[in-house]
Ligand binder design. Structure first.
Ligand code: PLP
Length: 257
């Protein structure tokens, strides 16, 4: 069985972050492992507090895993601060980490900052080790430093983000009003459009985490980037269809284990 690592934040209500990543990885038939960067106090109504994890233990967790285990791919989620970004970057470079899928988590759907503003420049640097980066439109606007209101602008933003160093760029269209087509810009500079189906539900907590973990799982299994992204898109579409309420607020997407 392929071993896949998530380096991300913990979500106490289990819909996003590390918890979503491990559920998605299990559903794809890979063995999931986790390095936790920050702990959030969170329920379906929102994020109430964040405690970052000590830099030394973040570094040590990554090092000991790579010393012992063959890791096929990595998913990166919430990194919280520029210090955490830098330590994860340096450590992954030192252990020669491969197949790195970066979900550039910035703000939760409930509006809580999961990445400090001072860390945006460090996150841009971090993209250099990315095999694939998967921003949504608000994240892509920040990374590319431009407004995105059309498909043409999504493509332009993907090109600008690729220049930061990630080999492949997937801009997710879920925040668009007209349709939710995603744009994949590949290493070979091909543009792949992934048509989307929209469902009326408020329960979309953890969509980004689930998609990036599914894509990382398939890359780890040896599928191409394009195949992995297409499978990920199908999985998250079904998971949104299968979403449910767990409390008063926004519920999680449903996994198929
Ligand atoms: N909590 C953690 C730890 C996360 O990593 C994320 C997203 O990546 C969220 C919360 C936010 O999830 P959502 O915006 O899907 O509600």
């Amino acid at each position: 069985m392929k071993k896949v690592l998530t380096i991300a934040g913990s979500d106490s209500c289990g819909g996003a972050g590390i918890q979503a990543d491990l559920k998605a990885m299990s559903a794809q038939g890979v063995y999931g492992m986790s390095v936790i960067t920050a702990i959030t106090a969170q329920n379906s109504m929102g994020v109430f507090a964040v405690q970052e994890v000590d830099l030394n233990i973040i570094k040590k967790q990554i090092e000991v895993l790579y010393e012992d285990i063959e890791i096929s791919s990595v998913k990166i989620g919430m990194l919280s601060s520029s210090e955490i970004i830098k330590v994860v970057y340096e450590t992954l470079k030192n252990v020669n980490g491969k197949n790195i899928v970066i979900d550039p988590v910035m703000v939760s759907k409930s509006g809580y900052y999961l990445l400090k503003e001072e860390a945006i420049e460090a996150l841009k640097e971090f993209l250099k080790i990315g095999t694939l980066v998967t921003p949504n439109i608000p994240e892509a606007e920040i990374l590319a430093n431009m407004k995105i209101e059309s498909e043409e602008e999504m493509i332009l933003a993907a090109k600008k983000i690729k220049k930061l160093g990630a080999k492949n760029v997937l801009i997710k269209g879920g925040h668009r009003e007209d349709n939710c087509t995603d744009i994949l810009l590949t290493e070979e500079n091909e543009i792949v459009k992934l048509l989307g189906e929209r469902f009326e539900t408020k329960n979309t907590h953890g969509t980004g985490c689930t998609l990036s973990s599914t894509i990382a799982s398939y890359i780890g299994k040896g599928y191409s980037i394009e195949e992995s992204v297409k499978i990920g898109k199908r999985y998250i579409t079904d998971a949104i269809k299968n979403s449910f309420s767990i409390g008063e607020g926004v519920g999680p997407v449903g996994h198929f284990v």
